[in-house]
Design a protein around this ligand. Structure first.
Ligand code: GGG
Length: 354
């Protein structure tokens, strides 16, 4: 039986609740698909911060490097500033392991109503490929005169030719492999951001001709936000910078019914380091502890992890079970208009696997 060592960081808020369901679902398939996931729970996040003064230990990256993959819930706590939680855990992990591709699909599933009228299941089926290690989330900048009336900050976005080209190339390869519209949309803002985004555009223009079978378009981020609402069915693969990808995938979640359905993968495509799988949503402190969070985003992130580990059939089986449960429409969490709880949803997906 194949063994895989998985580092589990439930993190904060609903992160812990939804990850439990993901583990339950994945474990259901182990013996059928000949794998065993050995989980190590790492109690890092905001509670760790309150006790130790940091979001994770100083040797966290060293510890994580020994695992085959990382399965993460969420970070964010109402008593901690968000830049502390994000810069103390999520972003350093993505950078340290060069997880330069963040894959975030947005699919309108059976039984789910889009808030946009006129779209049926399957009409919206796009994937955002978000640059995940540099751009606007590069750790470059600083404060001066903090707490004085002259307080100032410099926040620098980093766009390298290498960083842009590799993620754009990944997006094109994905468009070739998907049974989609064979279309790559580049998201930019080079009219206003006349340096970094110009390097981005130039990389896109250099890579695109290498894929003559793929249609291309380039949209400014503001227009892209509008077009995600106006013509979401026209998109196939969308490639954008770290910040733009982050924003667009929240819109992608909402137009496909709920961000509680959006899984994601932070991937090192060269497989030198562990990749990390996490729901797109955050810790949702308003519903944390109530047991009503939708675990599907975490469950679908688990399916992406299994695919990455080479267990493609198991990943597909989980996706099919999710579609079956949503299509039945009897077990729905409150974000989808239902009254079921987190465990009910996890259990019904396990039952659908059987
Ligand atoms: N599930 C991951 C999580 O906690 N996300 C919160 C967040 O703000 N993420 C920003 C990002 O993905 O860059």
């Amino acid at each position: 039986m194949e063994q895989h060592d998985i580092a589990v960081i439930g993190g904060d808020g609903i992160g812990v609740e939804v990850i439990e369901q993901g583990i339950k679902v994945m474990d259901t398939l182990g013996s059928k698909h000949d794998f065993n996931l050995n989980y190590t729970e790492l109690p890092w996040g905001s509670d760790w911060y309150f006790k130790n003064g940091s979001m994770m230990p100083t040797d966290a990256i060293q510890q994580l490097s020994t695992y085959d993959a990382i399965y993460l819930g969420a970070v964010g706590h109402p008593d901690l500033q968000d830049h502390v939680t994000l810069n103390g855990l999520l972003l350093p992990i993505r950078r340290a392991f060069d997880q330069y591709v963040c894959l975030r699909p947005s699919v309108l599933y059976p039984g789910i109503n889009s808030p946009l009228s006129g779209y049926e299941s399957g009409d919206i089926d796009l994937v955002v490929v978000r640059e995940n290690t540099e751009g606007e989330y590069a750790n470059a900048g600083g404060f001066q005169y903090l707490d004085f009336s002259t307080e100032l900050a410099v926040q620098t976005a980093i766009f390298t030719r290498h960083g842009c080209e590799r993620v754009i190339k990944y997006a094109f390869d994905l468009a070739v492999s998907r049974a989609g519209k064979k279309r790559v949309t580049s998201i930019t803002k080079s009219n206003a951001q006349g340096y970094g985004m110009v390097v981005w555009d130039r990389a896109f223009e250099r890579i695109a001709p290498q894929y003559p079978g793929i249609e291309t378009e380039s949209l400014l981020i503001d227009a892209a936000c509008m077009e995600f609402i106006r013509r979401p069915n026209s998109f196939d693969v969308v490639v954008g910078s770290n910040l733009f990808g982050d924003i667009l995938t929240d819109i992608g979640g909402m137009i496909t019914g709920s961000i509680g359905l959006s899984g994601s993968a932070n991937i090192d495509p060269e497989r030198r380091f562990p990749s990390m799988f996490e729901p797109v949503h955050g810790s949702a402190p308003d519903i944390a502890g109530k047991g009503i969070a939708n675990p599907i985003a975490a469950i679908l992130s688990g399916a992406m992890m299994l695919r990455h580990l080479g267990k493609k059939a198991a990943g597909s089986e989980i996706e099919a079970a999710v579609l079956k449960v949503l299509g039945n429409g009897t077990v729905l969490t409150p974000d989808l208009g239902g009254k079921s709880n987190t465990v009910d949803m996890g259990d019904s997906i396990v039952a659908a696997l059987a």
